[in-house]
Write a protein that binds this ligand. Sequence first.
Ligand code: MN
Ligand code: MN
Length: 464
Amino acid sequence: MTDLLVRGGTVVTAAGSSRADVAVDGGTISAVEPDLGGLTATAREVVDATGLLVLPGAIDVHTHTRVASDAEPDRFFQDSVAAAFGGTTTFLSFNNPGTGASAAGRSLLGGMREWRAATASDSAVDVALSLVITSAQDDPIGEVPDAILSGVPTFKAFMVYDFGVDDATLSRALEVAGRHRGMLEVHCEDRSALEERTARHLAAGETAPRFHASSRPPFVEADATARAIGLARAARAPLYVVHLSCAEALAHVRAARAEGLPVHAETCPHYLTLTDERYDLAPEDAARYVISPPLRGPGQPEALWDGLAAGDLALVATDHVPDRVAVEKRSWRESFDRISNGGPGIETLLGLVYSEGVSRGRIGLERMVELVATTPARLFGLGSKGAIERGRDADLVLFDPAARRTLRAVDLHHTSDYTPYEGRVVEGAVRSTIVRGAFVVRDGAFVGRRGHGRFIERSLDAAG
Ligand code: MN
Ligand code: MN
């Protein structure tokens, strides 16, 4: 029995694009053929996708969605709705062990269980987790093998922040994760250079948000990236570099990959589409762009697009942080180093990569699918996702390439009160989003259900 038949669209995979029909049975793709018209009479539902692209749902491997709280019971669900509107059918989040006394002695597996309990039955799309290894936990690296066996094979460590780890810990985390078929994601910035530059700004009374950027220029990221690569090389372990923002860091990744090292790097839509002139805005507006690494100078976005086109950069993910100008960002009045780092992006991944990448001729459609779906699925062990082919989950996006719209915070669904892309005109629009055969967004309206999303246990062994 065919539950759903998507007819007449252009099906795009990493390997090519063609007019094809897609049949779905029990949440799984059961056939992809040029003409499945024979199923029309018996299919439970037939959808006409004429003029639309049929894409595998985007997979956002880097988000900081926040779990529900008594004060904000909908915030996780609402960001999952935002993901669906943007064509993201699976997102990965991080547990947040926090810092300070409350975080001391917390266990890695305990954090995993807490996160799963706090988000169970809460998401409209599928979710998965990466676990953050911090300096505050008891013996996080000792728990890495069990976490991998529990379906969480990716971990994250920071070279900066008070919960960051030293090089010895980083080195051990790389080694243990790699040995057990896991992968460590690393936030690469050099702590001592950053602290020294920050202190100098503050001593000079330079506290405005724009000094965030000059406190962490490209070399701060590039030097740390080189060091992380060196540690991964010595540990004979894979390394995943998060949010790479500049040509200087990209050069190190390119060299490592030319050596044949399993070094993978992501970049984010904001580094591809925005530059540091945003820090010249009035302080309250500049604070919206306080993210780490910061936005870079002119010319940097083009270097990153080149890196994506050439294969030096593996994928695009959002680093979504659902901060609000009125809440988390309000500390801009104090000083730049007090401002919560991050900005929203969970809803705008596919739209921006299509508009700025495909529409402008920087990458092809197939490369786009690779960057936002197929490679994230492969690298992060989501073996049932990331492609439109028989046997995979029916996570599909019906995308109208002829549409044009203006991004505005009031039209988006995320829990932030702003978008970094306010007023930007983008080509293309997500019309419908399907997660395991069920419409979550249909013709621009939410028709999904809280709890439809499942927690996906992953294994890097199963990755295609
Ligand atoms: Mn980070
Ligand atoms: Mn992040």
